[in-house]
Design a protein around this ligand. Sequence first.
Ligand SMILES: Nc1nc2c(ncn2[C@@H]2O[C@H](COP(=O)(O)OP(=O)(O)O)[C@@H](O)[C@H]2O)c(=O)[nH]1
Ligand SMILES: [Mg+2]
Length: 439
Amino acid sequence: MAIFSSLSDKFNHIFSKLTKRGRLTELEIKEAMREVRIALLEADVNYMVAKDFVKNVSEKAVGDEVLKSLTPAQQVIKIVRDELTNLMSSPNQKLAVSPAPPTVIMMCGLQGAGKTTMCGKMAAHLKKSGKKILLVACDIYRPAAINQLQVVGKQANVEVFEKGTQNPVKTAKHAVEHAKKQGFDTVIIDTAGRLHINEELMKELQDVKKEVSPTEILLVVDAMTGQDAVTVAESFNKDLDITGVILTKLDGDTRGGAALSIKAITQKPIKFTGVGEKIGDIEPFYPDRIASRILGMGDVLTLIEKAQEAVSEEEAKVLEKKLRENSFTFDDYLAQIESMKKMGSIKDILGMIPGVGSKIKNLDIDEGQILVNKAIIQSMTPQERRNPEIIKASRRQRIAKGSGTSVQQVNMLLKQFEQSKEMMKQLKSGKGIKGLPRF
Ligand SMILES: Nc1nc2c(ncn2[C@@H]2O[C@H](COP(=O)(O)OP(=O)(O)O)[C@@H](O)[C@H]2O)c(=O)[nH]1
Ligand SMILES: [Mg+2]
């Protein structure tokens, strides 16, 4: 996710100018701060937030410590990073857990913000840490809403509690009772949205809140709506006293305004982000990492976590052994594609490597080709995957037909596979590929 790339580019520009200067005068720092303020406003950061931010940074940056330092620009950048982190941080950053299970999480927000999708993502995410999750369908107004929750529930492989169009307050109550009886740790309630904030909606949400006393009331807002997201957050917070915010669609063309303003305006932290439409596209919100990403320092921690999740150490060892013994097959190739998919798009991953961030945007990685290769491999028999050399003309035709590709495409993959195996043989010496970052 080339997150907030436009803001990031502007900051890069401002700070690289500073870095080139060596010693800095107070005037030069003030000028840079003026540019920072403009960059923030252009990123749709709330006016007051931008103003306070620049004031805080300036106070710290024009002190003797910075001016007399040998690396003043770096000091300024560090102050900016710390202040960006402060701006988004809260002691309640993490999801609260109820001491008396189940933990009840109530999702709320306007229609289309991504509540139902996030219910599924959150369930899948929490399930990884061994939680037993119950999803609850309390959006009873749109006929498709319950069904949509069942679909994401199935993807996350968790139970979905629904009572049709029964009053949502009752449904929420019954769901929590059911969860207690059946030993669920966590109940996630999907609620109805509206196109605009209205009293009826708020009343219903307040009633659900009163009935089940949620551990967390999370407001889901669409990052692409920028300042509107902040206004919505203010209003929900006033009526519901939310405990946190989830910012969705950060994968879209967002300028960053919502992420940078919400905490300062509402005093409620952003706890998670949605970064795509798929069930795995969820990231806990770490203010320090986001701040570093905005400043183009990469997000190595997130990168490492993703890689660890995608490929377990065990799997990596097996793979390495196969490479060494040159017994790498199409089955292994397929497994690699799967773990890459788990990690997210290749571009996203590369974008998190420090220093690569802004350069990667122009690089085209053919993810379509990878999908074609996957289809071809899936049309091979197990025997063919293990011994590609048996794939002669008639088999090639069958595979092409089965995968909806052409014989030429099958030929190309087989050739590439042979070439990769050749390359692996050469790498057998064990030095790794030069120039690739190692973690
Ligand atoms: N690109 C992107 N789309 C999302 C994200 N979260 C939700 N969506 C899409 O936004 C639309 C509305 O989502 P939905 O969960 O139905 O919203 P709800 O009305 O609040 O329940 C759907 O098309 C989702 O696929 C996200 O993080 N990124
Ligand atoms: Mg919904």
